[in-house]
Design a protein around this ligand. Structure first.
Ligand code: NAP
Length: 416
Protein backbone atom coordinates (compact mmCIF):
# COMPACT_ATOMS: atom_id res chain seq x y z
CA UNK A 1 0.00 0.00 0.00
CA UNK A 2 2.75 2.45 1.05
CA UNK A 3 4.92 1.41 -1.95
CA UNK A 4 2.01 1.96 -4.31
CA UNK A 5 1.33 5.37 -2.76
CA UNK A 6 4.99 6.34 -3.11
CA UNK A 7 5.08 5.22 -6.74
CA UNK A 8 1.92 7.10 -7.63
CA UNK A 9 3.18 10.22 -5.84
CA UNK A 10 6.40 10.03 -7.87
CA UNK A 11 4.26 9.89 -11.01
CA UNK A 12 2.61 13.16 -9.92
CA UNK A 13 -0.66 11.81 -8.49
CA UNK A 14 -2.14 13.14 -5.22
CA UNK A 15 -2.70 10.13 -3.01
CA UNK A 16 -4.98 10.04 -0.03
CA UNK A 17 -6.80 7.31 1.77
CA UNK A 18 -10.54 7.77 1.76
CA UNK A 19 -11.19 5.49 4.73
CA UNK A 20 -9.07 7.13 7.42
CA UNK A 21 -10.76 9.44 9.90
CA UNK A 22 -10.41 13.10 9.01
CA UNK A 23 -11.15 16.16 11.08
CA UNK A 24 -13.26 18.03 8.54
CA UNK A 25 -14.67 17.58 5.05
CA UNK A 26 -15.72 20.63 3.08
CA UNK A 27 -18.44 20.05 0.48
CA UNK A 28 -18.41 22.50 -2.40
CA UNK A 29 -21.16 20.95 -4.58
CA UNK A 30 -23.60 23.79 -3.93
CA UNK A 31 -21.13 26.34 -5.32
CA UNK A 32 -21.35 24.69 -8.76
CA UNK A 33 -23.39 26.25 -11.49
CA UNK A 34 -26.12 23.57 -11.41
CA UNK A 35 -29.88 23.78 -10.99
CA UNK A 36 -31.16 24.05 -7.41
CA UNK A 37 -32.14 20.39 -7.01
CA UNK A 38 -28.78 19.10 -8.30
CA UNK A 39 -26.80 21.44 -6.04
CA UNK A 40 -28.71 20.29 -2.96
CA UNK A 41 -28.94 16.61 -3.91
CA UNK A 42 -25.19 16.42 -4.72
CA UNK A 43 -24.39 18.02 -1.37
CA UNK A 44 -26.60 15.55 0.49
CA UNK A 45 -25.00 12.61 -1.33
CA UNK A 46 -21.48 13.92 -0.63
CA UNK A 47 -22.35 14.39 3.04
CA UNK A 48 -23.53 10.75 3.22
CA UNK A 49 -20.16 9.62 1.87
CA UNK A 50 -18.18 11.97 4.12
CA UNK A 51 -20.03 10.78 7.22
CA UNK A 52 -18.08 7.48 7.13
CA UNK A 53 -14.79 9.21 7.94
CA UNK A 54 -15.33 12.84 8.91
CA UNK A 55 -15.78 14.22 12.40
CA UNK A 56 -16.98 17.51 10.93
CA UNK A 57 -18.82 18.09 7.66
CA UNK A 58 -19.05 21.66 6.42
CA UNK A 59 -21.21 22.50 3.43
CA UNK A 60 -20.62 25.75 1.58
CA UNK A 61 -23.19 27.90 -0.20
CA UNK A 62 -23.00 31.33 -1.74
CA UNK A 63 -25.09 34.29 -0.63
CA UNK A 64 -25.38 35.08 -4.31
CA UNK A 65 -27.54 32.06 -5.28
CA UNK A 66 -30.44 31.14 -2.98
CA UNK A 67 -29.63 27.82 -1.33
CA UNK A 68 -30.95 25.94 1.67
CA UNK A 69 -27.99 24.01 3.08
CA UNK A 70 -28.55 25.59 6.49
CA UNK A 71 -31.79 23.56 6.61
CA UNK A 72 -29.79 20.45 5.68
CA UNK A 73 -27.14 20.90 8.37
CA UNK A 74 -29.73 21.48 11.09
CA UNK A 75 -31.53 18.29 10.04
CA UNK A 76 -28.39 16.16 9.68
CA UNK A 77 -27.21 17.17 13.17
CA UNK A 78 -30.43 15.60 14.46
CA UNK A 79 -30.21 12.50 12.27
CA UNK A 80 -26.45 11.96 12.73
CA UNK A 81 -25.70 12.89 16.37
CA UNK A 82 -22.11 11.54 16.06
CA UNK A 83 -21.19 14.02 13.31
CA UNK A 84 -20.92 17.80 13.50
CA UNK A 85 -22.57 19.21 10.36
CA UNK A 86 -22.42 22.91 9.59
CA UNK A 87 -23.23 25.18 6.70
CA UNK A 88 -21.39 28.40 5.88
CA UNK A 89 -22.83 30.99 3.54
CA UNK A 90 -20.06 32.81 1.68
CA UNK A 91 -20.32 36.45 0.64
CA UNK A 92 -20.68 37.39 -3.02
CA UNK A 93 -17.01 38.29 -3.59
CA UNK A 94 -15.37 34.98 -4.63
CA UNK A 95 -11.85 36.42 -4.22
CA UNK A 96 -12.33 36.34 -0.44
CA UNK A 97 -13.60 32.77 -0.18
CA UNK A 98 -10.30 30.94 0.47
CA UNK A 99 -9.17 33.29 3.26
CA UNK A 100 -12.61 33.30 4.84
CA UNK A 101 -12.98 29.51 4.83
CA UNK A 102 -9.51 29.04 6.36
CA UNK A 103 -10.35 31.65 9.01
CA UNK A 104 -13.69 29.97 9.75
CA UNK A 105 -12.01 26.55 10.05
CA UNK A 106 -9.42 27.92 12.48
CA UNK A 107 -12.18 29.66 14.47
CA UNK A 108 -14.33 26.51 14.70
CA UNK A 109 -17.41 28.36 13.48
CA UNK A 110 -20.85 26.71 13.47
CA UNK A 111 -23.71 27.51 11.06
CA UNK A 112 -23.97 31.01 9.68
CA UNK A 113 -23.16 33.68 7.14
CA UNK A 114 -19.49 34.67 6.86
CA UNK A 115 -19.04 38.40 6.45
CA UNK A 116 -16.18 39.85 4.40
CA UNK A 117 -14.60 40.85 7.74
CA UNK A 118 -14.57 37.19 8.81
CA UNK A 119 -17.39 37.43 11.34
CA UNK A 120 -20.11 34.80 11.62
CA UNK A 121 -23.72 36.01 11.50
CA UNK A 122 -26.31 33.58 12.81
CA UNK A 123 -30.05 33.88 12.10
CA UNK A 124 -32.21 35.03 14.95
CA UNK A 125 -35.92 35.44 15.16
CA UNK A 126 -37.72 37.68 17.57
CA UNK A 127 -40.81 36.82 19.55
CA UNK A 128 -44.06 37.67 17.84
CA UNK A 129 -45.29 41.06 18.97
CA UNK A 130 -48.96 41.23 18.16
CA UNK A 131 -49.69 44.60 16.55
CA UNK A 132 -51.85 46.72 18.85
CA UNK A 133 -54.23 47.99 16.13
CA UNK A 134 -56.01 45.62 13.72
CA UNK A 135 -54.58 45.77 10.20
CA UNK A 136 -56.06 48.39 7.88
CA UNK A 137 -57.84 47.03 4.79
CA UNK A 138 -55.38 46.71 1.93
CA UNK A 139 -57.44 45.54 -1.03
CA UNK A 140 -55.41 44.37 -3.98
CA UNK A 141 -55.14 41.31 -6.19
CA UNK A 142 -53.67 38.46 -4.14
CA UNK A 143 -52.38 35.21 -5.63
CA UNK A 144 -52.38 32.44 -3.01
CA UNK A 145 -50.73 29.19 -4.15
CA UNK A 146 -52.07 26.18 -2.28
CA UNK A 147 -54.79 28.53 -1.03
CA UNK A 148 -57.87 26.49 -1.93
CA UNK A 149 -57.04 23.57 0.38
CA UNK A 150 -55.13 22.78 3.57
CA UNK A 151 -54.04 25.36 6.11
CA UNK A 152 -53.27 27.99 3.45
CA UNK A 153 -57.03 28.01 2.68
CA UNK A 154 -57.73 29.18 6.25
CA UNK A 155 -55.02 31.83 5.82
CA UNK A 156 -56.58 32.98 2.52
CA UNK A 157 -59.97 33.43 4.21
CA UNK A 158 -58.39 35.36 7.08
CA UNK A 159 -56.48 37.53 4.57
CA UNK A 160 -59.70 38.21 2.63
CA UNK A 161 -61.48 39.29 5.83
CA UNK A 162 -58.65 41.62 6.85
CA UNK A 163 -57.49 42.99 3.48
CA UNK A 164 -60.45 42.69 1.10
CA UNK A 165 -59.84 42.86 -2.66
CA UNK A 166 -59.56 39.82 -4.94
CA UNK A 167 -58.14 36.51 -3.81
CA UNK A 168 -56.93 34.12 -6.54
CA UNK A 169 -56.47 30.61 -5.19
CA UNK A 170 -54.16 28.29 -7.13
CA UNK A 171 -53.74 24.54 -6.93
CA UNK A 172 -53.25 21.48 -9.16
CA UNK A 173 -56.55 19.81 -8.31
CA UNK A 174 -59.50 20.07 -10.68
CA UNK A 175 -62.71 21.36 -9.14
CA UNK A 176 -64.75 18.16 -9.47
CA UNK A 177 -68.48 18.99 -9.18
CA UNK A 178 -70.62 17.26 -6.55
CA UNK A 179 -73.06 14.64 -7.88
CA UNK A 180 -76.71 15.71 -7.84
CA UNK A 181 -77.93 12.50 -6.24
CA UNK A 182 -75.31 12.47 -3.43
CA UNK A 183 -76.14 13.88 0.01
CA UNK A 184 -73.59 16.50 1.15
CA UNK A 185 -70.85 15.15 3.40
CA UNK A 186 -67.21 16.01 4.11
CA UNK A 187 -66.42 12.60 5.64
CA UNK A 188 -64.34 10.31 3.42
CA UNK A 189 -65.61 7.07 4.92
CA UNK A 190 -69.26 8.11 4.64
CA UNK A 191 -68.73 9.27 1.06
CA UNK A 192 -67.05 5.98 0.05
CA UNK A 193 -70.09 4.16 1.44
CA UNK A 194 -72.51 6.42 -0.45
CA UNK A 195 -70.57 5.95 -3.72
CA UNK A 196 -70.41 2.18 -3.31
CA UNK A 197 -74.19 2.05 -2.77
CA UNK A 198 -75.06 4.17 -5.85
CA UNK A 199 -76.97 2.36 -8.60
CA UNK A 200 -74.70 1.51 -11.56
CA UNK A 201 -75.17 0.42 -15.15
CA UNK A 202 -75.55 -3.40 -15.23
CA UNK A 203 -72.15 -5.04 -15.81
CA UNK A 204 -70.04 -2.08 -14.59
CA UNK A 205 -67.75 -2.75 -11.63
CA UNK A 206 -65.87 -0.31 -9.44
CA UNK A 207 -62.90 -1.41 -7.35
CA UNK A 208 -62.44 -0.03 -3.79
CA UNK A 209 -59.47 1.95 -5.20
CA UNK A 210 -61.73 3.53 -7.87
CA UNK A 211 -64.29 4.44 -5.24
CA UNK A 212 -61.62 5.92 -2.97
CA UNK A 213 -60.16 8.01 -5.84
CA UNK A 214 -63.61 9.27 -6.79
CA UNK A 215 -64.47 10.13 -3.17
CA UNK A 216 -61.21 12.06 -2.69
CA UNK A 217 -61.74 14.00 -5.93
CA UNK A 218 -65.29 14.93 -4.83
CA UNK A 219 -64.06 16.03 -1.39
CA UNK A 220 -61.23 18.09 -2.94
CA UNK A 221 -63.73 19.82 -5.25
CA UNK A 222 -65.99 20.51 -2.27
CA UNK A 223 -63.06 21.90 -0.22
CA UNK A 224 -62.19 24.29 -3.07
CA UNK A 225 -65.81 25.51 -3.28
CA UNK A 226 -66.04 25.84 0.54
CA UNK A 227 -62.92 28.07 0.53
CA UNK A 228 -64.26 30.20 -2.34
CA UNK A 229 -67.59 30.60 -0.52
CA UNK A 230 -65.89 31.54 2.78
CA UNK A 231 -63.84 34.22 1.00
CA UNK A 232 -66.91 35.63 -0.80
CA UNK A 233 -68.73 35.71 2.56
CA UNK A 234 -66.13 38.26 3.75
CA UNK A 235 -67.08 40.55 0.84
CA UNK A 236 -63.90 39.88 -1.14
CA UNK A 237 -63.87 38.43 -4.66
CA UNK A 238 -62.52 34.93 -5.20
CA UNK A 239 -61.52 32.73 -8.11
CA UNK A 240 -59.87 29.32 -8.34
CA UNK A 241 -57.06 28.74 -10.86
CA UNK A 242 -55.93 25.24 -11.79
CA UNK A 243 -52.17 25.75 -11.73
CA UNK A 244 -49.11 23.61 -10.99
CA UNK A 245 -46.69 26.10 -9.43
CA UNK A 246 -43.73 23.80 -10.17
CA UNK A 247 -44.47 23.74 -13.90
CA UNK A 248 -43.44 26.89 -15.77
CA UNK A 249 -45.74 25.97 -18.68
CA UNK A 250 -48.72 25.99 -16.32
CA UNK A 251 -47.84 29.17 -14.38
CA UNK A 252 -47.37 31.62 -17.22
CA UNK A 253 -50.75 31.26 -19.02
CA UNK A 254 -52.56 31.07 -15.71
CA UNK A 255 -51.11 34.35 -14.45
CA UNK A 256 -51.63 36.05 -17.82
CA UNK A 257 -55.31 35.05 -17.95
CA UNK A 258 -55.91 35.97 -14.30
CA UNK A 259 -54.32 39.41 -14.71
CA UNK A 260 -56.35 40.06 -17.87
CA UNK A 261 -59.51 39.51 -15.79
CA UNK A 262 -58.55 41.10 -12.45
CA UNK A 263 -55.61 43.47 -13.08
CA UNK A 264 -52.01 43.23 -11.89
CA UNK A 265 -51.27 40.89 -9.00
CA UNK A 266 -50.12 42.96 -6.01
CA UNK A 267 -49.70 40.33 -3.31
CA UNK A 268 -48.17 36.84 -3.45
CA UNK A 269 -48.74 34.17 -0.82
CA UNK A 270 -46.76 31.05 -1.70
CA UNK A 271 -48.22 28.21 0.36
CA UNK A 272 -47.92 25.31 -2.11
CA UNK A 273 -45.93 22.42 -0.67
CA UNK A 274 -45.64 18.63 -0.46
CA UNK A 275 -43.77 16.18 1.78
CA UNK A 276 -41.74 13.03 1.06
CA UNK A 277 -40.37 12.23 4.51
CA UNK A 278 -37.51 9.74 4.80
CA UNK A 279 -34.19 9.74 6.67
CA UNK A 280 -31.28 11.36 4.82
CA UNK A 281 -29.43 8.03 4.58
CA UNK A 282 -32.23 6.62 2.42
CA UNK A 283 -33.49 9.78 0.69
CA UNK A 284 -33.66 9.61 -3.10
CA UNK A 285 -33.07 12.29 -5.72
CA UNK A 286 -36.66 11.79 -6.95
CA UNK A 287 -37.96 12.70 -3.48
CA UNK A 288 -35.82 15.84 -3.35
CA UNK A 289 -37.14 16.83 -6.81
CA UNK A 290 -40.73 16.17 -5.70
CA UNK A 291 -40.39 18.36 -2.59
CA UNK A 292 -38.44 21.14 -4.34
CA UNK A 293 -40.90 21.41 -7.28
CA UNK A 294 -43.80 23.36 -5.72
CA UNK A 295 -41.69 25.38 -3.29
CA UNK A 296 -38.47 26.20 -5.13
CA UNK A 297 -39.31 25.89 -8.85
CA UNK A 298 -42.70 27.29 -7.82
CA UNK A 299 -41.23 30.51 -6.40
CA UNK A 300 -38.92 30.92 -9.40
CA UNK A 301 -41.82 30.46 -11.84
CA UNK A 302 -44.06 32.87 -9.96
CA UNK A 303 -41.47 35.62 -9.61
CA UNK A 304 -40.52 35.28 -13.28
CA UNK A 305 -44.10 36.04 -14.35
CA UNK A 306 -45.14 38.60 -11.74
CA UNK A 307 -44.20 42.26 -12.01
CA UNK A 308 -42.15 42.95 -8.87
CA UNK A 309 -42.79 46.70 -9.27
CA UNK A 310 -46.51 45.98 -8.64
CA UNK A 311 -45.96 43.77 -5.59
CA UNK A 312 -46.66 45.25 -2.17
CA UNK A 313 -46.64 41.99 -0.15
CA UNK A 314 -44.93 38.58 -0.42
CA UNK A 315 -45.54 35.80 2.12
CA UNK A 316 -43.68 32.48 1.91
CA UNK A 317 -44.77 29.41 3.87
CA UNK A 318 -41.77 27.69 5.44
CA UNK A 319 -41.60 25.26 8.32
CA UNK A 320 -40.03 25.05 11.75
CA UNK A 321 -38.21 22.08 10.13
CA UNK A 322 -36.11 24.62 8.21
CA UNK A 323 -35.28 26.69 11.29
CA UNK A 324 -34.65 23.89 13.80
CA UNK A 325 -34.09 20.89 11.50
CA UNK A 326 -36.34 17.85 11.67
CA UNK A 327 -35.53 14.16 11.38
CA UNK A 328 -36.74 12.70 8.08
CA UNK A 329 -37.24 16.10 6.44
CA UNK A 330 -33.83 17.00 4.95
CA UNK A 331 -35.33 17.86 1.53
CA UNK A 332 -38.23 19.81 3.03
CA UNK A 333 -35.88 21.68 5.39
CA UNK A 334 -33.57 22.56 2.46
CA UNK A 335 -36.45 23.75 0.26
CA UNK A 336 -37.89 25.93 3.03
CA UNK A 337 -34.46 27.29 4.02
CA UNK A 338 -33.90 28.15 0.36
CA UNK A 339 -37.19 30.10 0.31
CA UNK A 340 -36.03 31.93 3.42
CA UNK A 341 -32.69 32.90 1.88
CA UNK A 342 -34.49 33.95 -1.31
CA UNK A 343 -36.77 36.17 0.79
CA UNK A 344 -33.77 37.98 2.28
CA UNK A 345 -32.41 38.56 -1.22
CA UNK A 346 -35.76 39.91 -2.45
CA UNK A 347 -35.94 42.22 0.58
CA UNK A 348 -32.40 43.48 -0.07
CA UNK A 349 -33.17 44.22 -3.75
CA UNK A 350 -36.71 45.56 -3.64
CA UNK A 351 -37.65 48.21 -1.15
CA UNK A 352 -41.39 48.71 -0.85
CA UNK A 353 -42.29 45.01 -0.71
CA UNK A 354 -43.37 43.80 2.70
CA UNK A 355 -41.94 40.28 2.80
CA UNK A 356 -42.54 37.63 5.45
CA UNK A 357 -41.38 34.04 5.86
CA UNK A 358 -43.55 32.00 8.23
CA UNK A 359 -41.63 29.08 9.79
CA UNK A 360 -44.77 27.29 10.91
CA UNK A 361 -44.72 24.71 13.66
CA UNK A 362 -47.22 21.88 13.13
CA UNK A 363 -50.84 22.92 12.64
CA UNK A 364 -53.90 20.99 13.72
CA UNK A 365 -54.76 20.45 10.03
CA UNK A 366 -53.43 20.30 6.48
CA UNK A 367 -50.50 17.91 5.95
CA UNK A 368 -50.53 17.02 9.68
CA UNK A 369 -52.78 13.96 9.61
CA UNK A 370 -53.83 12.09 12.73
CA UNK A 371 -50.67 9.93 12.90
CA UNK A 372 -48.35 12.96 12.53
CA UNK A 373 -50.44 14.84 15.09
CA UNK A 374 -49.95 12.07 17.67
CA UNK A 375 -46.20 12.00 16.86
CA UNK A 376 -45.92 15.74 17.66
CA UNK A 377 -48.10 15.42 20.73
CA UNK A 378 -45.91 12.56 21.99
CA UNK A 379 -42.91 14.93 21.72
CA UNK A 380 -44.79 17.61 23.66
CA UNK A 381 -45.03 19.93 20.63
CA UNK A 382 -48.45 21.59 20.68
CA UNK A 383 -50.32 21.99 17.38
CA UNK A 384 -51.26 25.45 16.09
CA UNK A 385 -55.08 25.77 16.10
CA UNK A 386 -56.17 26.54 12.51
CA UNK A 387 -58.10 29.74 13.34
CA UNK A 388 -55.25 31.05 15.48
CA UNK A 389 -52.60 30.35 12.81
CA UNK A 390 -54.75 32.00 10.14
CA UNK A 391 -55.27 35.08 12.34
CA UNK A 392 -51.52 35.37 13.07
CA UNK A 393 -50.80 35.05 9.34
CA UNK A 394 -53.03 37.93 8.21
CA UNK A 395 -52.14 40.20 11.12
CA UNK A 396 -48.39 39.73 10.74
CA UNK A 397 -48.42 40.01 6.96
CA UNK A 398 -50.53 43.18 6.90
CA UNK A 399 -49.51 44.94 10.11
CA UNK A 400 -46.45 43.21 11.59
CA UNK A 401 -43.02 44.85 11.92
CA UNK A 402 -41.93 45.42 8.28
CA UNK A 403 -38.27 44.81 9.23
CA UNK A 404 -38.96 41.37 10.66
CA UNK A 405 -38.77 38.99 7.71
CA UNK A 406 -38.68 35.62 9.48
CA UNK A 407 -41.25 34.49 12.01
CA UNK A 408 -41.21 31.20 13.87
CA UNK A 409 -44.81 30.43 14.79
CA UNK A 410 -45.38 27.75 17.42
CA UNK A 411 -43.24 26.38 20.23
CA UNK A 412 -39.48 25.78 19.83
CA UNK A 413 -38.94 22.15 18.89
CA UNK A 414 -37.46 19.58 21.22
CA UNK A 415 -33.95 18.57 20.15
CA UNK A 416 -34.95 15.17 18.81
N1 NAP B 1 -49.70 21.91 8.16
C1 NAP B 1 -48.60 22.15 8.84
O1 NAP B 1 -48.48 21.77 9.99
C2 NAP B 1 -47.48 22.93 8.24
C3 NAP B 1 -46.34 23.14 9.03
C4 NAP B 1 -45.28 23.84 8.49
C5 NAP B 1 -45.38 24.36 7.22
N2 NAP B 1 -46.50 24.14 6.48
C6 NAP B 1 -46.53 24.70 5.13
O2 NAP B 1 -47.80 25.23 4.86
C7 NAP B 1 -48.15 25.00 3.49
C8 NAP B 1 -49.50 24.33 3.41
O3 NAP B 1 -49.42 23.08 4.08
P1 NAP B 1 -50.70 22.19 4.39
O4 NAP B 1 -50.47 21.56 5.69
O5 NAP B 1 -51.94 22.93 4.16
O6 NAP B 1 -50.52 21.05 3.27
P2 NAP B 1 -51.62 20.27 2.43
O7 NAP B 1 -52.87 20.09 3.21
O8 NAP B 1 -50.93 19.07 1.90
O9 NAP B 1 -51.92 21.28 1.28
C9 NAP B 1 -50.91 21.60 0.36
C10 NAP B 1 -51.46 22.66 -0.55
O10 NAP B 1 -50.47 22.94 -1.56
C11 NAP B 1 -51.06 22.79 -2.84
N3 NAP B 1 -50.01 22.35 -3.76
C12 NAP B 1 -49.14 21.32 -3.62
N4 NAP B 1 -48.35 21.24 -4.70
C13 NAP B 1 -48.71 22.25 -5.53
C14 NAP B 1 -48.26 22.69 -6.78
N5 NAP B 1 -47.25 22.07 -7.44
N6 NAP B 1 -48.86 23.77 -7.36
C15 NAP B 1 -49.88 24.41 -6.72
N7 NAP B 1 -50.34 24.04 -5.51
C16 NAP B 1 -49.77 22.96 -4.92
C17 NAP B 1 -52.17 21.77 -2.64
O11 NAP B 1 -53.16 21.90 -3.61
P3 NAP B 1 -53.29 20.80 -4.80
O12 NAP B 1 -53.09 19.46 -4.19
O13 NAP B 1 -54.64 21.06 -5.35
O14 NAP B 1 -52.20 21.16 -5.77
C18 NAP B 1 -52.71 22.20 -1.29
O15 NAP B 1 -53.58 23.29 -1.42
C19 NAP B 1 -47.00 24.19 2.88
O16 NAP B 1 -46.13 25.06 2.20
C20 NAP B 1 -46.30 23.61 4.08
O17 NAP B 1 -44.93 23.40 3.84
C21 NAP B 1 -47.55 23.43 6.96
Amino acid sequence: MQALSAALTTEGYDVFASNVPVDAVLILSALMNDDAVSRHWNTLEAARTAKATARRIITLQSAHIPSGLDGLSRTLRKEWPQTEVFSWTLPEDRMQWTDLVLHALRSGYGDGLLTVEGQLLVPVTRDLVTPSAPPARQPGVWLVTGGARGVTAACAVSLAAAAGGTILLAGRTAETPWLDDLPETRDLKTLRGLLAARPREPGTRLSPADIDRHARALLAGAEIRDTLAAIRDTGAQAEYLVMDAGDAASVEPCITRAQARHGQITGLVHGAGVLADRYADEKTEAEVRHVFAPKVAGLENLLRHLDSAQLSHVALFSSAAAFFGNRGQSDYAMANALLTNAAHQIAARATGIRIKVFHWGPWAGGMVDTSLASHFEAQGIPLIPVEEGARIFATELLAGDPDQIELVVGEAWAAS
